[in-house]
Design a protein around this ligand. Structure first.
Ligand code: PXP
Length: 244
């Protein structure tokens, strides 16, 4: 199980004042030194946090898995090809949203992904992961496209208010992980995860490969510092890795 740190919000903090700091690339280096297995960034169409220059710097400096999270636009596909990261996580993107609000609707994107997006990325060695909600139809369509991995959207679980809702979503995530694994895809997960809900997820959901965590980790690091915060997440993950 690998912790991949999403450093988008280091860029958010930098952009708030338009100064040159804090530097996302520097944050990525500190996270990797503290034990993170890789770095995630989302280059959005509106460039609200990560900018094109950051992408070049990350490509040069990240030693572990570099995960380029993006909407499947022609513009991003061209940047993806030039950047040549290890992994590309395709997500839906809406201009008005504060953050990615849900998984891809695979029925809606299937034909476009089959004809345009997958053939383009398959000319490279970049692995493909599709960010999906934990439901059978979307996972089966991801498999039909030949995706290497899915990333399970954990936001609904993370935001569940009642115990019942949280339990129901955990059950969906667990079943989705079984199905994706059975279909031969890697199972990644992310969105809304923090030090409190991560152990609950790991207790219930098997086969997790890459876990992508951003906002809560970077926020906690304001108080604890990045190395200590990364290590706290790694400690939780190591406990559950041992159990399984
Ligand atoms: N995975 C995906 C696909 C995302 O869009 C995001 C948010 O950028 C994350 C993981 C990380 O979510 P968070 O910042 O809530 O940890």
């Amino acid at each position: 199980m690998n912790l991949l740190v999403n450093i988008d919000h280091v860029a958010t903090l930098r952009n708030a004042r338009g100064e040159g700091y804090p530097v996302p690339v520097e944050a990525a280096t500190v996270c990797e030194k503290a034990g993170a297995k890789g770095i995630v960034f989302h280059l959005r169409g509106d460039r609200r946090h990560i900018k094109d220059e950051d992408v070049n710097g990350l490509k040069e400096s990240v030693k572990g898995t570099l995960d380029f999270e993006m909407a499947a636009t022609d513009e991003m596909l061209n940047i993806l090809k030039k950047t040549d990261p290890d992994l590309c996580t395709l997500v839906p993107e809406g201009r008005e949203e504060l953050t990615t609000e849900g998984g891809l609707n695979m029925k809606v994107v299937f034909s476009d992904f089959e004809k345009r997006v997958f053939p383009f990325i398959r000319k490279t060695d970049i692995e493909i992961s599709l960010f999906v909600d934990p439901n059978t139809d979307d996972i089966e369509l991801a498999h039909k496209l030949g995706s290497d991995a899915i990333e399970l959207h954990t936001g609904t679980f993370a935001n569940a208010v009642s115990k019942e809702a949280r339990f129901a979503e955990l059950k969906r995530l667990r079943e989705a992980a079984f199905l994706a694994n059975e279909l031969g895809m890697k199972v990644n997960a992310g969105h809304g995860l923090n030090l409190e809900n991560l152990p609950i997820l790991l207790e219930a959901v098997p086969y997790l490969h890459d876990i992508s965590i951003g906002h809560a980790l970077i926020s906690k690091a304001v108080f604890w510092g990045l190395p200590k915060t990364v290590q706290a997440y790694l400690e939780i993950m190591s406990i559950y890795e041992d159990v399984k």
